[in-house]
Design a protein around this ligand. Structure first.
Ligand SMILES: [Zn+2]
Ligand SMILES: [Zn+2]
Length: 511
C-alpha cells in the first residue's frame, strides 16, 4: 500500500447530485469536477419513499429496510404506543464495517451516520464531531483520540441545525459555521489519515445536509419563506457557499489519498424546496376515523409553536425532554384510534394501524380487515387535493408489507405516503376530510429528493457513465470486495463494474 488508505469512501450527506453536476460544469466546484471526469459514475437507487430516514442504515448494513430496523431518530416502539430514541448502537443488524474489521483489516470511520464500530485494536471511529443529527456528544474510539481530534479541529460550533430560526442573523451564522466546519473537516480527515495506513477509510461530510434543510428559502425566490432580507444577509446562494467549502476540503482529502486508492464518493440523496402536508397528516387521519380532536390538543400545539419560536440556545438543553413530553401527551389517544400518524422524515408520511395482536389495545383485526382498511385509507389519501393548485397532495401510498419485508417489518409504518412536493401545500381538502390548513412545524425550508450519485475512481477503472442505477446496498459490499472480504447473509452484492476486472465494457457509455 503506497498511500494512507487501500480503500476509501467519502460520503457527501444529502449533497444534491444535480447541484454538484451543475456547479461542477460551471467551474464552481473544481475538485468535484476533476473527480467526476476521472470516475466511473452511476446513479444510486435508494429505499423507496422513506429513503432519507433509512438510507444510512441500508448503506452500512447492506440490507433494505425491514431487514434492518431503523427509519427515524424517534421511532415507534413496536408493541406500545410510545416512541423511542433510536441510537446508532440500537440497530439490530451488524454493519459491514464490523464484518471487515473482524477480519483484521484496519478500519477508520469518521462522522458516518448510524454507524457504531466494534472497539477493536484495529479500528478507529469519530462520531458526532459534526453530524447533521446531533444524537450524542463527540464520541471517539480509542478514547484517547478525542484529545487529538479537539487539538486539531476543536469542537463543532454549529450543533443541531434545527435549533436555528429563519432569521437573517441566525442563518448567516449557520452558513458561516457550516463553511468553517466543512473546511476544518479537511484537517480532520488528514489527521486521521496520518494515523494510518488504513485498509478502509470512510469519511462523511454532513454540511450539505444541514445547509439544504435550513438555507433553502434564502436562495429560492419562489419559496413562500423567501424574504429579501435573507438574500441581503446571505447573498445569492448560501448553499453554493457551503458546497464550495466542501469542495475545497474534498480536494485536499483526495490529494492525500493519492492515485492508487480505490475511492468511492457517494452523494447520498438530493435536496429541494420543502413542500409537504406532514403537519396535517394526523388530523386528516382523525377526520377519516371520525375521531374528535382531544381537548388537550389545542393547548399542547400552542405551547409547541411558542416553543419553536424561542432561541435555539434556550431550547437546546431541553429538546429531548420536550420531545418526550409531546409524545407522552399523544400515547393515550393512539390507543383509542384505529390508525394514527407516526413521525417520519418530513418528505414522507407514515401511518400505523392499531393492530390486534401487535399493539396492546389493538382495534383492527389482521388479515382481510386490515388489508381493506389500508386500501380504503390509500384511496382517501390519494383523493386529497391542494386547495391552492387543485393538484393531488399525495403522489403515492405504498404498503409497509411491500416496502419493509423482513424480520423487522413490525417496526415500520403500515402505510407510507409520498407527498406531492411540486408546490407549497397551504391547505388541503377532500369530500371526506373537508378543508384543513397545513401548518409546518420546525424551521426547515428545504427537504430531500431521492436521487443519489456514486463515483468510483481507481487506476483500473475507465471513466464513464454507467447505464442504470447501482443499488445503495451494493456499495459497502463493493468496498469489502476490494479488501478481499467475503460477506454472507446480506442483500447487497459487489458492483461488478467497480471491481478490478470489469466483466463488460458494453454497459458503459462515454458521457
Ligand atoms: Zn434531512
Ligand atoms: Zn443539520
Amino acid at each position: 500500500m503506497s498511500g494512507p488508505a487501500k480503500v476509501a469512501c467519502i460520503t457527501l450527506d444529502a449533497a444534491d447530485p444535480c447541484f454538484l453536476r451543475e456547479w461542477a460544469d460551471q467551474g464552481l466546484l473544481p475538485h468535484f469536477a476533476k473527480l467526476f471526469e476521472e470516475s466511473l459514475r452511476a446513479e444510486t437507487h435508494n429505499p423507496e419513499i422513506i429513503y432519507s430516514g433509512t438510507l444510512w442504515a441500508s448503506f452500512n448494513t447492506g440490507v433494505w429496510p425491514g431487514r434492518h430496523d431503523h427509519y427515524f431518530p424517534l421511532q415507534t416502539d413496536s408493541g406500545s404506543y410510545r416512541l423511542r430514541r433510536f441510537m446508532p448502537e440500537d440497530i439490530s443488524v451488524d454493519s459491514i464495517w464490523n464484518a471487515i474489521a473482524r477480519q483484521g483489516q484496519r478500519v477508520a470511520l469518521v462522522d458516518l451516520p448510524k454507524s457504531r464500530l466494534e472497539c477493536l485494536p484495529n479500528t478507529l471511529q469519530v462520531s458526532f464531531w459534526g453530524e447533521h443529527e446531533v444524537l450524542s456528544p463527540l464520541t471517539c474510539w480509542p478514547p484517547a483520540l478525542e484529545k487529538d481530534v479537539l487539538s486539531v479541529v476543536g469542537r463543532d460550533r454549529v450543533g443541531a441545525c434545527d435549533l436555528v430560526r429563519q432569521r437573517p442573523d441566525e442563518l448567516r451564522k449557520l452558513r458561516d459555521g457550516l463553511v468553517d466546519r466543512a473546511e476544518r473537516r479537511g484537517d480532520l480527515a488528514l489527521a486521521i489519515l496520518e494515523k494510518g495506513p488504513w485498509d478502509l477509510f470512510v469519511f462523511n461530510f454532513s454540511e450539505a445536509h444541514c445547509a439544504g434543510h435550513q438555507l433553502w428559502a434564502a436562495r429560492d425566490t419562489a419559496h413562500p419563506g423567501h424574504r429579501p432580507e435573507l438574500r441581503a444577509a446571505l447573498g445569492e446562494d448560501p448553499l453554493l457557499d457551503v458546497y464550495q467549502a466542501i469542495d475545497r476540503s474534498l480536494g485536499r482529502v483526495i490529494e492525500a489519498l493519492g492515485d492508487d486508492v480505490f475511492l468511492l464518493v457517494l452523494a447520498t440523496h438530493g435536496i429541494g424546496p420543502r413542500y409537504d402536508a406532514a403537519g396535517a397528516l394526523d388530523e386528516v387521519l382523525r377526520r377519516l376515523d371520525g375521531v374528535n380532536v382531544p381537548k388537550t390538543s389545542g393547548p399542547v400545539e400552542s405551547v409547541r409553536k411558542a416553543w419553536h419560536r424561542l432561541p435555539g440556545i434556550v431550547r437546546s438543553p431541553f429538546r429531548r425532554v420536550i420531545d418526550y413530553l409531546y409524545d407522552s401527551s399523544r400515547q393515550g389517544e393512539r390507543a383509542r384510534r384505529r390508525f394514527y400518524a407516526v413521525p417520519t422524515t418530513d418528505n414522507c408520511g407514515g401511518v400505523r394501524l392499531n393492530l390486534k395482536g401487535r399493539e396492546p389495545e389493538g382495534q383492527v383485526a389482521p388479515g382481510t380487515p386490515s388489508q381493506e382498511l389500508c386500501d380504503w385509507l390509500t384511496q382517501e389519501l390519494l383523493a386529497l387535493r391542494n386547495v391552492k393548485t387543485g393538484a393531488p397532495v399525495v403522489r403515492r401510498v405504498l404498503h409497509g408489507d411491500d416496502l419493509f419485508a423482513g424480520a423487522y417489518r413490525d417496526e415500520f409504518p403500515d402505510l407510507m405516503i409520498e407527498w406531492n412536493n411540486e408546490a407549497p401545500i397551504p391547505a388541503l381538502r377532500s369530500q371526506t376530510v373537508g378543508e384543513l390548513q397545513v401548518e409546518s412545524c420546525g424551521p426547515r425550508t428545504g427537504d430531500h429528493r431521492p436521487q443519489g450519485l456514486v463515483l468510483a475512481r481507481a487506476p483500473h477503472l475507465q471513466p464513464g457513465t454507467m447505464h442504470g442505477a447501482t443499488e445503495l446496498v451494493d456499495l459497502a459490499p463493493t468496498l469489502a470486495a476490494h479488501l478481499g472480504v467475503q460477506l454472507s447473509g446480506i442483500q447487497g452484492q459487489p458492483v461488478p463494474e467497480f471491481l478490478p476486472r470489469p466483466r463488460s465494457f458494453m454497459s458503459l457509455a462515454n458521457a
